[in-house]
Design a binder for this molecule. Structure first.
Ligand code: 5GP
Ligand code: ZN
Length: 113
C-alpha cells in the first residue's frame, strides 16, 4: 500500500516526532498552518473516520485523549486550540490515512475555509 503516513510510521520517511507509542504517532506537519501544527495518527492504517469500525473504538478514544495531552504539553490548554479531521474530497482530505490536525498558537477563524 502506497501510504505516506504508513511510511512515516515505518520510518521510511523522516518526521519531526512529538509523541509515539505502540498505537499512536504524532509529528509536526510539513506545511504548518499555525505556530503549532501537529498531526496525530493511529499507526493502524484506517482510511478516515468514515472507515473506522467498532473494533477501533478504544483506539479512537485513546487518540482523542492523547491529542489533549499533547496540546497540554505544548502549553496550548489554557489559550485553546483546534482539532480537525478532514474526511474525503469535500472535506479536504489529501492523505488517506486517518489523522487529526492539532492547530494552535494563534487565533482561529470560523467558519473555516
Ligand atoms: P489533509 O489535507 O489530508 O487533512 O492533511 C494532510 C496533511 O499532511 C497536510 O497538512 C500536509 O501538509 C501533511 N503532509 C503531507 N505529507 C507529509 C509528509 O511527508 N510529512 C509531514 N510531516 N506532513 C505531511
Ligand atoms: Zn496508511
Amino acid at each position: 500500500m502506497d501510504c505516506i503516513f504508513c511510511k512515516i510510521v515505518k520510518g521510511e520517511i523522516p518526521s519531526d516526532k512529538v509523541y509515539e507509542d505502540d498505537q499512536i504517532l504524532a509529528f509536526r506537519d510539513l506545511s504548518p498552518q499555525a505556530p503549532e501544527h501537529v498531526l496525530i495518527i493511529p499507526k493502524k492504517h484506517i482510511e478516515s473516520l468514515a472507515k473506522a469500525e467498532k473494533e477501533d473504538l478504544e483506539l479512537l478514544g485513546r487518540l482523542q485523549l492523547k491529542i489533549a495531552k499533547i496540546a497540554k504539553d505544548l502549553d496550548l490548554e489554557e489559550k485553546g486550540y483546534r482539532v480537525v479531521s478532514n474526511i474525503g474530497k469535500e472535506g479536504g482530505q489529501t492523505v488517506s490515512h486517518l489523522h487529526y490536525h492539532l492547530l494552535g498558537g494563534r487565533m482561529m477563524q470560523w467558519p473555516p475555509g
